[in-house]
Design a protein around this ligand. Structure first.
Ligand code: SF4
Length: 246
């Protein structure tokens, strides 16, 4: 878990505290510039935000030390992270923190939150979705429409993912973009998703898909972005087993 991520949350807390003190303890500001009702609403909103972010930090610390976190805190943290993530990324950029490391921390934290719950799903209720760039660029077979077109030659990671699809009965689809990925999700309506992608696409997916738990697995870009990427299929299998465990 990145300390930078918690650091950004603490900075947001500090700004909220400064905002609250300004609104509460500068009476001239209230009388001259702000109507008292508006002032009270602002205080309540800032206080709510502050408590919500403190709750996220507390959940992160509990997960860090492998301490059981109550379900309600997991749900609140997931929702809060989804809503506050753009602000977290904004503050990260302001403090010159690499976007990729913020995104990676976010996806890692998301995975810890998702994996801290029990699911007991069957294979058909799980969807593995991966980007097209996982397929060998020299491969002549079109697998985005149908993964059965793959000849399982072993030259790319599509092969072991098909093996996992056959072994556990999970759905596996290759998407050539975000719109296609959304269409696949609408069509299959899975109860959980294992998404393989780069940090940026994973964050977009986590922000887009609200109701379905997603375990995010970052692909490895050994040949540069979007070409002949790889994935650690052990991580994918670990995610399947976690989602299927009763
Ligand atoms: S495993 Fe072989 S046939 Fe299948 S997608 Fe990869 S390169 Fe193509």
């Amino acid at each position: 878990m990145s300390l930078k991520f918690v650091g950004i949350l603490l900075v947001i807390c500090l700004l909220l505290i400064v905002g609250l003190f300004t609104l509460i303890f500068i009476p001239q500001l209230q009388s001259v510039y702000v109507f008292s009702v508006v002032n009270a609403i602002l205080v309540l909103v800032l206080l709510g935000l502050l408590l919500w972010i403190i709750q996220i930090i507390l959940t992160i610390i509990l997960l860090w030390y492998n301490i059981n976190v109550p379900n309600i805190m997991i749900k609140l943290t997931k929702e809060a992270l989804r809503i506050t993530y753009p602000a977290i990324e904004f503050f990260g950029v302001v403090f010159s923190i690499d976007k990729k490391s913020i995104r990676r921390s976010y996806t890692n934290l998301n995975n810890q939150l998702v994996m801290s719950e029990e699911y007991g799903l069957s294979g058909e209720e799980i969807l593995i979705i991966s980007p097209h760039c996982l397929q060998k660029s020299s491969c002549p077979y079109k697998i985005t429409n149908d993964i059965k077109n793959c000849k399982k030659c072993g030259n790319c990671k599509v092969n072991p993912l098909i093996d996992l699809h056959e072994k556990y009965g999970v759905n596996f689809r290759v998407a050539s973009g975000g719109t296609i990925a959304r269409r696949i999700i609408m069509e299959l309506r899975p109860k959980a998703i294992i998404a393989v992608a780069c940090e940026r696409d994973l964050v977009n997916g986590l922000q887009d898909v609200k109701k379905i738990p997603i375990i995010a697995v970052t692909n490895k870009r050994l040949n540069g972005p979007c070409i002949d990427t790889e994935v650690n299929t052990l991580k994918v299998e670990h995610a399947i087993l976690k989602l299927m465990k009763e």
